[in-house]
Design a binder for this molecule. Structure first.
Ligand code: GTP
Ligand code: MG
Length: 197
């Protein structure tokens, strides 16, 4: 799929402030610093569209980007940001879970996982939560430029094995690097098919 246009639309602090829309939406979530905003920039080929930072906890609101005037990408705050206070963390959790559970035009959630690490409890718990709430999702292993392909594959296999303990089928899995553009084409192809259907 070609990206003809990509524009920032709005940042929302909660579900009620999200724009009304019938267009399909694709949301990006994962631990703080996993590369959500970077992947949005890579997919759209606009390197300053979503705000990126080496410091975790950069994205704090629900950010909407309109693509090709046909669908939206949604950049969400990361979970598991250790430095956030309990109160702030709770506010984020309510904001994000409300959005994920109640947003009618949400087509699919991209759950980003850092390919450099073995399956982490928080990521597994989050995928189990999505399954419980029947929210459609795919997994994207990020930052593949940082380690050897064999390590990436080992960590994907661990994650699949851990997931098979609590779910029957496995979700679709992608790998990506915001640095080299690996995975961009495949992810856009998936979105393209989802938008058409
Ligand atoms: P929060 O908004 O804080 O939750 O973070 P995020 O998940 O949006 O991560 P962000 O895109 O801001 O990236 C965090 C850091 O990782 C930045 O320094 C990025 O440059 C770096 N980064 C993201 N993706 C990649 C990648 O694929 N490869 C490499 N080498 N670095 C990456
Ligand atoms: Mg971000």
């Amino acid at each position: 799929m070609q990206i003809h246009s990509a524009q920032f639309e709005i940042s929302a602090p909660d579900l009620d402030s999200c724009p009304e829309s019938d267009l399909p939406e694709f949301a990006f979530i994962g631990r703080s610093n996993v590369g959500k905003s970077s992947l949005i920039n890579t997919l759209t080929n606009k390197h300053n569209l979503a705000m990126v930072s080496a410091k975790p906890g950069k994205t704090r609101l629900i950010n909407f980007f309109r693509i090709n005037q046909k669908w939206d990408l949604v950049d969400l705050p990361g979970y598991g940001y250790a430095k956030a206070s309990g109160q702030t963390r709770n506010k984020f959790n309510v904001m994000v879970s409300d959005y994920l559970v109640k947003r009618d035009n949400l087509s699919c959630v991209f759950v980003l996982i850092d390919c450099r690490h073995e399956a982490q409890k928080l990521d597994l718990e989050f995928t189990a939560w999505l399954i419980e709430y029947q929210i459609p999702f795919v997994l994207v292993f990020t930052k593949t430029d940082k380690v050897k392909p064999t390590i990436v594959q080992k960590h994907i296999d661990y994650f699949k094995k851990a997931m098979s303990e609590f779910c029957d089928g496995l979700p679709r899995i992608y790998t990506c690097s915001a640095k080299t553009g690996t995975g961009r084409k495949e992810i856009l192809q998936f979105i393209d098919q989802a938008v058409v259907n």
